[in-house]
Design a protein around this ligand. Structure first.
Ligand SMILES: [Zn+2]
Ligand SMILES: [Zn+2]
Length: 239
């Protein structure tokens, strides 16, 4: 069956068009890794961990991104977003884990040490009407593959509660105002994170495809921490 599908829809690199793969080795090696930054002040930070001085009660604890949003990598993420090549999600998730283990795996080491106990993978949600138009949510697809590979629980814990304008059209402060109060935590997470639980899922890997200004991810973190999360790390493909 796969063989027939391969003939009908040959795998093609989304970056350069090379046959036989969704994202070829050359394009993968072109992913630009840059130094990791603190999600609060955006200055360099070891492992992407929030500087002690930048820590806030309801703020992010760290940010780890696979690479810089440019070139073939940018093209791959665009294709993923519009749902053209779903097999690509597996390739990108696998590269994420490979690079993460190789470069400053600060939070990955913590997950390994705790054997994943207490950790949960949560994607940034789309509006249902956008999810319908595109067919799926790329953050949830990446999140599901990552949770699977890392042996962690996965939870669609967040929902959007109201309409927001597309963030790309807005500037820094407007982005924060636009997104404020736009998310709510679903019962599924509140139950997971309750203290009475045997393994409360209080450590969150929050997943999105791209980190731009971070206002959406900061808002998601805020509602998760209000609902009982102790630690929230953002993992994105690009920034
Ligand atoms: Zn290529
Ligand atoms: Zn900082």
């Amino acid at each position: 069956m796969n063989f027939i599908l391969d003939i009908l829809f040959p795998k093609k690199c989304v970056g350069c068009g090379k046959l036989g793969t969704f994202f070829c080795k050359i394009c993968i090696s072109g992913i630009l890794q840059k130094n990791l930054i603190c999600p609060k002040c955006k200055r360099l930070a070891i492992g992407g961990k929030t500087h002690p001085i930048c820590r806030r009660k309801y703020g992010l604890d760290g940010l780890w991104s696979l690479g810089i949003y440019q070139g073939s990598f940018q093209e791959a993420i665009k294709q993923l977003k519009y749902g053209k090549v779903k097999g690509l999600a597996v390739t990108l998730a696998d590269i994420t884990i490979e690079y993460w283990a190789k470069f400053q795996p600060f939070v990955l080491d913590q997950i390994k040490k705790s054997r994943g106990v207490g950790w949960v993978v949560i994607p940034v949600p789309l509006f249902w009407w956008r999810a319908n138009k595109r067919g799926f949510n790329q953050a949830s697809l990446i999140g599901q593959i990552l949770s699977n590979r890392l042996g962690l629980d996965y939870c669609d814990a967040l929902k959007r509660t109201r309409h927001t304008k597309p963030q790309v059209k807005l500037k820094g402060k407007e982005r924060c105002q636009n997104i404020r109060g736009a998310f709510a935590v679903l019962k599924a997470y509140t139950q997971l994170s309750q203290k009475g639980c045997v393994n409360p899922k209080q450590y969150v890997l929050l997943i999105d495809d791209v980190w731009t200004t971070g206002s959406t991810l900061r808002e998601c973190c805020y509602v998760l921490k209000k609902a009982g999360a102790k630690k929230v790390w953002v993992i994105t493909l690009a920034r």
